[in-house]
Design a protein. Sequence first.
Length: 81
Amino acid sequence: NVDLERLERIIRDHRQQDENIDGPPVACVQVNLSLIDRRPLTSGLPELCKAQGIAFLAHGCLCGGLLSDYWIDKPQPEISS
């Protein structure tokens, strides 16, 4: 998971790396994106990824199973402090 500012810094730092420093370029960014939380779509991150040829992947699309039948007939999870 990464935000726009962090990804911009990673891309900039990678461009400035010395040839002796190993490290592949960023190939993919994974963000928490769901039907309820769509903030990553308005952050500028998708546009930067597209411009840089970086794949943009979403996880948590169904809110951790809350929008699916995952929790049907299962006990309520304990709340941790």
